[in-house]
Ligand binder design. Structure first.
Ligand code: CAA
Length: 267
């Protein structure tokens, strides 16, 4: 499958999707969202992929939001379809059974911030800028910004950003807890790769269970979340990786995780 608006590369168990419309600062049009959906479907099926990294082409932008040229033509029905499509694709990203890291290399505005928020965590270049500027267009965020941002940084801080449309620098995003780490722009991809490789070396089954426990636990009360964890914890013991990890520790060697969900049948 060849793509026109994104690039998909895979190396050492790490897949990288690069939003690739640099002339429009990688703005999200319908074609790009369709390609992103296809790429995520493909990656969800590919057992060789352990970690996904998202970034933007060029030095200026991660994603500068939804394509305003398209938005300008919408009535309510087109807007509803577009917002649903965005939620669907971004939901897939959040539910992908592997760690997803956003490498934010410049402007992440509107839909750009919203995509980054659906990743498991964000590393940002010191040049990165975040924001939900939809209000300045007479609109509101449509790809989850009014929902994920308040859950992450609290309603008051989120409302200030949404009501003003203000852009914030990477350091402020760090202070608010939007990003995990800020690094010089030239070092961003190397830093992300280092963390991606560290996670990629872990067991796929355990990574998936841990991600699901955190994601699903956030939407429920603590007691229900703890029960989810009990189930997830016990389920990973069905995977040979649990045996391998504990044995390797006791044998003082490095574990080799194969990412299988159950023992291989006897030969
Ligand atoms: N949609 C379409 N085109 C965009 C775009 C967008 N979101 N953002 C930038 N571009 C285009 C510009 O029109 C320009 O194209 P031309 O060269 O053909 O004129 C090109 O990218 C470069 O942009 P600028 O010349 O504006 O670059 P700048 O450095 O002066 O400013 C910027 C950079 C501050 C990011 C500015 O481009 C900007 O404000 N962009 C819009 C950001 C925005 O409002 N995003 C939210 C969109 S709505 C949304 O995302 C809804 C949702 O929740 C899903």
């Amino acid at each position: 499958m060849s793509y026109e608006n994104i690039r998909l590369e895979q190396e050492a168990g790490i897949a990288t999707i690069t939003f690739d419309r640099p002339k429009a600062l990688n703005a999200l049009n319908r074609a790009l969202l369709g390609e992103l959906a296809q790429a995520l479907g493909k990656l969800a099926e590919d057992e060789s992929v352990r970690v996904l990294v998202l970034t933007g082409a060029g030095e200026k932008a991660f994603v500068a939001g939804a394509d305003i040229g398209e938005l300008a033509t919408f009535g309510p029905l087109e807007a509803k379809w577009f917002s649903r499509m965005g939620h669907e694709v971004i939901g897939r990203l959040q539910e992908l059974p592997i760690p997803v890291i956003a490498a934010v290399n410049g402007y992440a505005l509107g839909g750009g911030t919203e995509i980054a928020l659906a990743c498991d965590f964000i590393y940002a270049a010191d040049s990165a800028r975040f924001g939900l500027p939809e209000i300045t267009l007479g609109l509101i965020p449509g790809f989850g910004g009014t929902q994920r941002l308040p859950r992450l940084i609290g309603p008051a801080a989120a409302k200030e950003l949404i009501f003003t449309g203000r852009m914030i620098a990477a350091e402020e995003a760090l202070r608010l807890g939007i990003v995990n780490r800020v690094v010089p722009a030239a070092e961003l991809m190397a830093e992300v790769r280092k963390t991606a490789l560290e996670a990629a070396a872990k067991g796929r089954v355990a990574l998936r269970a841990a991600k699901e426990a955190v994601n699903h636990g956030l939407g429920v009360d603590l007691a229900t979340g703890c029960r989810l964890e009990v189930d997830a914890f016990s389920l990973v013991f069905a995977s040979p990786d649990a045996r391998e990890g504990t044995r390797a520790f006791l044998e003082k060697r490095k574990p080799v995780f194969r990412g299988r969900f159950k023992e291989d049948p006897p030969a």
